[in-house]
Design a protein around this ligand. Sequence first.
Ligand code: SER
Length: 317
Amino acid sequence: MKNVLVIGSTGQIGSDLTMALRKKYHQGTIVAGYIPSAAPTGDLLESGPAEIVNVLDGARIAELVDKYDIDTIYNLAALLSATAERLPLKAWEIQMDGLLNILEVAREKHVAVFTPSSIGSFGPDTPRDNTPQDTIQRPTSIYGVTKVATELLSDYYFHKYGVDTRSVRFPGLISWKTLPGGGTTDYAVEIYYAAVKGEEFVCPIAHGTYMDMMYMPDALKAAINIMEADPRYLHHRNSFNIASMSFDPEEIYEAIRKEIPTFKMRYEVDPARQAIADSWPNKMDDTCARKEWGWNPSYNLTSMTRDMLRHLREKLL
Ligand code: SER
């Protein structure tokens, strides 16, 4: 990995990943791809090239691959689960037509591709606890449908054309830099903002709802390490279960209360998000990722909570 195009570089993952890639590959060129309604600012804009690119414009993707001699594309353009449920056709267009554009460019120009999958690729028939790497994937959300199709299409391009596609199934991602938007797991980010601002948190997800979650530094490590892994040891490709922590709203609330004892939370469950959350696993088994490319997360709920609160205090207060 040397010259990288990040599509969706101003989103929750992209804004952190682009900077992490620039730090790691300073000999190469890391292009921050964005759409005009989400233009980069600050460090992201100043530390390297930034180019307008819409995932629906295959010709533009090809042009940028040529211009910067790109060898790897991180495809981070997506609508998250709750938004996708409101705009299913749009979600299909961005997630599927966009992916096909990228895979076609990758096939023609020999570029490696990372397109994240998610805990959302599972459904109510999937074993909930220690969800195996290879198991039933019959999601009931459109987001999940596109994620399973992404996994299959990515593997198809690898087997049929030899395109170097690899990915991970991300848990809910928690970060202090850029807010997610329209996801079912967003509550686990918003709760920290409320705590630092001294506000009561109104939780849209019910007590007892467990989901896999991950702190952004671990997610970045996964996204970079999977693309650097020795392909000889990759038995799987699209996509690997990765896990680091699983909690319900009560447990994250208690973790924050250890640091901010006056913090208050009440529940006002959002039925749309709750239905999605109820169809997802409690905790994935990530043995294959550990064995095949050495996945090993660094953060747990306690260490993430301390780090989040420290950064958010600096950012917000
Ligand atoms: N965080 C995503 C969502 O909640 C799941 O991958 O939609």
